[in-house]
Design a protein around this ligand. Structure first.
Ligand SMILES: *[C@@H]1O[C@H](CO)[C@@H](O)[C@H](O)[C@H]1NC(C)=O
Ligand SMILES: *[C@@H]1O[C@H](CO)[C@@H](O)[C@H](O)[C@H]1NC(C)=O
Length: 621
């Protein structure tokens, strides 16, 4: 009996792991097809429709359809092949003249939507399929395009344009004023905040020497830039899933490959960013406490200082997202990809202002990476509050944080268990990535949540106390052989740890899943903590590499880069044709994205971030 069950199980798993050959998948109808959009709508009678269709067999038995169904049922690694995505130029494809070639006519109906369905159905009949419209994205005519191009700017666009003008003028005036005023101590701080040369120096100036405690932290900048580079690479991959791709099989295989596993672990990396923020917050406050008594009354000041740093650039990019972003490209998919986010930017603008955009309408994304800002801010406030309260009793604080760390991990696991949330690696199926997990509560409610980042915050605070205590006692960790070994092993261990996801994916027990959800990201953060601590103390190759001067300038632009790269990449990937993808194509998009993003980040940092920060500080302090 037991052997039968076992062999049955083996058989089932064998069947479910059936490999489909390229020859088989090439018989499937194309998943995506786009007719020439610009050419179609340039004609005066042009009509272009974009939509999704369900396929059903037109006659039975239908061997290809059965195969497609079997293929689709493995949804953890395959796109749903019984759906097809079509962008058709109806005026060319299904005009009476075009159909005359096939000696057929279609009852055209009045409605372009109806015609679109019939037209697609007609073409699918050749392959013995019946296509029914599942969802229509749009039907556009030549007249619509003319109308859109003549449409007066919306009030949001007018406001955004004026803000940009105001910033440019402020910078010109500020620069001229600052040039004239020279070193006059009486010069207006408000105006000279906008001096371009001064702000450029702030961006590029690298202080050597200075406080040794701060100098020890330098490698963190390099690590941050590298982590950001990895994030943009993961996004360059994700973004290809959202467009119409000639070889979706590549994307399907990617979710199963080792590099795909690393990419889906990207959200752990974001936790490391939170950890670093909380570390810096705690550490700097502890250093400050040696000069001055801390108290909870300082909290508003801390929050305001941070808001001043983040808000101008954040709102500028959200504002750009809501207005001009849509005009950076023209093509059949612009309104369904950039347009979707652009709409969210307009409706969710206020939740961005108050940094609650990961809580309010969390399934509507406006510039996807901006979810990180509220998480980071909420954890920053927590780190500040705890440090301001407990700075006198550091031993107690560390013990408390340790308890809180475990408690929050367990809490995360418990919530995941109760609400049946799934881990990222489990969620990373082609269809879900295509929708950037929009309709997946595990992502919108768990991974984007602030409370999910609690363990990272406590770890950052613990690291801050450890580093502070070591420094106070003049302990160099490089004198401890065991730590040096530990430090050098964390690097490979981090990579191995990411692979545990593969094991987690194949184990569907709820309890295991919950534990994995609770401890996966914190474990990654712990490894990062050890890595960081080592980089602070051990003067080896890792420290040297991460301390390169170039990283530091780049790290100062990381806020802008964090948000802007998404806009840039979406615009780049938004080609108006169905295109092929591969590791090389993703790499090319990634390089272009990084280059353009950093080039744009320089003026945004010099003309907006730094001067606005100085300006508002001069205004209220
Ligand atoms: C594939 O799409 C069809 C049509 O939308 C749907 O009915 C079916 O459930 C989907 N299959 C899977 C495995 O999600
Ligand atoms: C700055 O202002 C003070 C007092 O208003 C004045 O005495 C001083 O001469 C001014 N300095 C310059 C360089 O104008």
């Amino acid at each position: 009996m037991a052997t039968t069950t076992l062999s049955l199980l083996l058989f089932v798993s064998f069947v479910s792991a059936r490999e489909f050959t390229d020859a088989e998948t090439s018989n499937f109808p194309k998943l995506f097809h786009l007719d020439d959009y610009e050419r179609c709508l340039a004609k005066e009678d042009g009509v272009y429709c974009l939509g999704t269709f369900d396929l059903t067999p037109a006659k039975l038995p239908h061997a290809t359809y059965d195969l497609m169904k079997a293929y689709t049922d493995e949804s953890y690694r395959h796109f749903n092949r019984t759906k097809i995505y079509r962008g058709f130029c109806l005026s060319d494809r299904c005009s009476p003249a075009a159909l005359a070639r096939f000696q057929t006519t279609l009852d055209l109906g009045k409605d372009p939507e109806e015609l679109f369905e019939r037209c697609t159905d007609f073409y699918m009949q050749n392959e013995n399929f019946h296509a029914s419209l599942q969802s229509l994205d749009y039907c556009r005519t030549h007249a619509d395009i003319i109308e859109a191009s003549e449409r007066p700017p919306t009030s949001a666009e007018v406001i955004f344009k004026n803000v940009v003008y105001a910033l440019v003028i402020a910078n010109i005036v500020g620069t001229i004023y600052d040039n004239y005023a020279g070193d006059n101590p009486n010069k207006s701080k408000l105006l000279s905040a906008f001096s371009i040369p001064a702000n450029w120096r702030r961006l590029t100036f690298i202080r050597e020497g200075g406080d040794p405690r701060q100098a020890a932290l330098v490698p963190m900048e390099g690590l941050r830039v590298m982590a950001l580079g990895f994030t943009t690479y993961a996004h360059a991959n994700v973004i290809h899933y959202m467009f119409h791709i000639k070889n979706p099989e590549y994307l399907e295989r990617l979710t199963q490959r080792v590099d795909g596993v690393y990419l889906s672990d990207g959200t752990s990396l974001i936790q490391a960013f939170v950890m670093m923020t909380c570390f810096l917050t705690g550490y700097n406050l502890l250093i400050y406490s040696q000069k001055q008594e801390l108290g909870l009354h300082m909290l508003p000041l801390c929050i305001i200082k941070r808001l001043i740093r983040i808000t101008p650039v954040h709102l500028l990019i959200v504002g750009f997202g809501a207005t001009w972003w849509l005009n950076t490209r023209d093509g059949p998919l612009v309104s369904t990809t950039i347009g979707l986010e652009s709409e969210a930017c307009a409706t969710k603008f206020w939740s961005h202002v108050f940094l609650v955009n990961n809580i309010v309408d969390s399934d509507k994304y406006c510039v996807v990476p901006t979810w990180f800002l509220p998480v980071n801010m909420h954890m920053y406030i927590l780190a500040c509050t705890l440090t301001l309260l407990l700075w006198r009793r550091r031993c107690f604080a560390v013990r408390l944080y340790l308890v809180l760390f475990f408690a929050s991990c367990l809490l995360n696991g418990f919530v995941a268990y109760m609400k049946d949330y799934k881990s990222m690696i489990y969620l990373s199926t082609p269809e879900q990535i295509r929708r950037i997990f929009r309709d997946t509560p595990s992502f919108t409610e768990f991974y984007l949540s602030s409370w999910g980042a609690l363990p990272a915050c406590f770890l950052g605070l613990i690291l801050a106390h450890i580093q502070f205590a070591l420094d106070e006692r003049k302990i160099k960790l490089s004198d401890y052989k065991w730590f040096v070994y530990l430090h050098y092993t964390t690097f490979p261990v981090t990579f191995v740890w990411a692979l545990t996801g593969v094991y987690a994916r194949s184990h569907s027990s709820d309890v295991f899943n919950a534990l994995y959800m609770g401890f996966d990201r914190p474990m990654f953060c712990i490894l990062m903590c050890i890595g960081l601590l080592g980089a602070f103390h051990i003067d080896g190759p890792i420290r040297k590499f991460y301390s390169w001067r170039g990283w530091r300038t780049m790290a100062r632009m990381s806020l802008t880069v964090m948000m802007l790269h998404w806009c840039v990449d979406m615009t780049i990937a938004n080609r108006s044709v169905v295109y092929g993808t591969s590791a090389i194509d993703m790499l090319v998009d990634w390089c272009a994205t990084n280059l353009i993003t950093y080039v744009l980040a320089v003026p945004i940092t010099v003309l907006v971030e730094i001067p606005m920060q100085r300006f508002i500080e001069a205004l209220i302090f």
